[in-house]
Design a protein around this ligand. Structure first.
Ligand code: FAD
Length: 467
């Protein structure tokens, strides 16, 4: 027998056979690259899987599932590794790592893209933008397409074009039995419903096919900034301004300490500010006109909302979400920015202490809200705004205090909550997962789980238990 972790042994012949047939790389605890490959984005997560199967293709994924199943190993699945609570790695687990599966094929005529599970958002944008196209996705380039899409996928193009799942045509899934199945509107439609919001509960998605939409390559986009003292008036004006906004306008509110960047006046570096980050999903000239009212409100201290390449805008938040820092989040949706919610927001944001904190409040609605609640497993299409309250420190130092700040802010909003986006949950237990889907949808997801994964083989995720 071979020891692969404390108290965990595997039959040596079985392990050797698995190695021999594998096209990718199998990394164990003794390998020099082990530490590199067990890392995830959130630096506060430090877990030691027993074995890492770095899959090169679908055959490796199938072999890994069958191997994990046969030997009763707890299985974690990782694509981009950006799960906030680090659900894609676990102590003593068998980690099926899809990060090397980087295939992307864009068909510019059909306006579709086939994307393997290890692709990151920036990699997909790079390929699609070569043809002036994009798949609606998220706002940080190093996030994984897979986990983001399986939870829903919110981003700059959502109000015009919908969520990532609203442009999903088909997926290839390796089920808990180690079989490859397709799911689309015409084939395994129940599974297709489930993977559009239900996360990795029903199998490992090895490939996604998206419809693409025309985007850029130049877009009108960027932040406009005011001192935090102006936030009560800025937020009220903003709320009224976006109330009847066309779908082309997408905005994100940021409260933070101003970073020492060239476009920020020096005297504001390190001082609290509020930013309205705008994005216009249409012609630049129309965007300039539409965004003018917020640019002219009060006395902005910086305004870099200008025509710029879409790819540049997509990378704008990257410096705020550097891999390896310590992160903590709590999230919720609210129907509207009422005066009370604005007051809570200003009160808590005036007490931001870490210079690394930079969390988004997302404007929802538009095309997202026009897809029926029951059409996909994603829940919360009626949300007005999504709060993704987050804090970050460079190391463990100061982290506990930041976490308390997040919790306090979130608790103050609790009387106003509606739904919560499943991809913005921490490890908060089954009740919160149920809350994310709502009782009715959760029941439907459980029935689907019983059909596709009755033993809960895929359970290291925002888990929908089959029971
Ligand atoms: C910096 C940052 C920015 C973000 N920005 C956005 C945003 O703009 N919009 C948005 O909607 N969300 C955003 N998110 C949240 C993001 O959608 C989730 O964290 C998502 O789970 C990340 O996917 P991943 O593949 O990188 O993660 P992973 O950690 O690899 O996986 C996340 C979960 O999905 C499962 N999983 C991963 N791959 C597969 C697969 N191929 N098949 C089956 N299950 C799988 C994992 O087991 C795990 O439970 C952001 C997160 C971070 C950290």
């Amino acid at each position: 027998m071979a020891a692969i972790a404390e108290g965990l042994t595997l039959d040596e012949t079985a392990l050797a056979e698995f190695h021999a047939g594998f096209r990718g790389e199998i990394v164990g605890r003794e390998d020099p690259t082990y530490d590199e490959h067990r890392k995830v984005w959130n630096g506060s997560i430090d877990r030691r899987p027993a074995l890492i199967a770095r899959c090169a293709g679908v055959a490796d994924v199938i072999a890994s599932v069958r191997f994990g199943r046969k030997h009763g190993l707890p299985v974690a699945v990782r694509s981009g590794g950006h799960s906030f609570p680090g659900l894609s790695v676990a102590d003593d687990a068998f980690l099926i790592d899809l990060g090397s599966m980087k295939g992307i094929r864009v068909d510019p005529e059909a306006r579709t893209a086939r994307v393997q599970a290890g692709v990151l958002l920036g990699e997909l944008d790079r390929e699609t933008q070569a043809f002036g196209l994009a798949a609606p996705s998220g706002i940080v380039t190093h996030t994984g397409v897979a986990g983001l899409t399986l939870g829903g996928g919110i981003g700059w193009n959502q109000r015009k074009h919908g969520l990532s799942i609203d442009k999903l045509r088909r997926v290839d899934v390796v089920t808990a039995d180690g079989e490859l199945v397709k799911a689309s509107a015409d084939e395994n439609a129940d599974l297709f419903w489930g993977v559009r919001g239900g996360g990795g509960n029903f199998g490992i998605v090895t490939e996604f096919e998206f419809d693409l939409v025309p985007v850029g390559p130049m877009v009108m986009a960027g932040p406009i900034m005011w001192p935090m003292d102006d936030a009560p008036e800025v937020l009220r004006f903003y709320r009224d301004w976006v109330a009847d906004a066309p779908d082309e306008l997408m905005t994100i509110l940021i409260h933070r300490k101003a970073p020492p960047l060239p476009f920020v006046p020096e005297e504001l570096h390190g001082k609290l500010v509020v930013m309205v980050v705008c994005y216009w999903a249409g012609e630049v000239e129309d965007g300039e006109k539409a965004i003018r009212p917020i640019k002219e409100f009060g006395r902005p201290v910086a305004d870099v909302c200008v025509p710029r390449p879409f790819l540049e805008h997509q990378a704008m938040f990257d410096p705020s979400f550097v891999p390896g820092r310590w992160y903590y989040f709590k999230s919720c949706d609210v129907p509207a920015l009422t005066d009370e919610i604005i007051d809570i927001t200003v009160d808590h944001c005036s007490r931001i202490s870490s210079p690394l904190n930079s969390f988004p409040i997302w404007q929802m609605g538009g095309a997202v809200s026009r897809v029926g609640e029951d059409e996909t497993a994603f829940n919360g299409r009626g949300a007005g705004f999504t709060y993704n309250i987050g804090a970050s420190t460079a190391t463990a130092e100061g982290f506990d205090g930041e976490r308390e700040w997040v919790r306090g802010f979130w608790s103050a909003l609790e009387p106003h909550f509606t739904t919560v986006y499943v991809n913005f949950l921490m490890d908060e237990g089954e009740d919160r997962v149920r809350q994310a889907y709502g009782a009715e949808k959760y029941d439907r997801l459980q029935a689907l789980k019983r059909k596709y994964d009755p033993d809960n083989f895929f359970r290291l995720n925002q888990n929908i238990s089959p029971a």
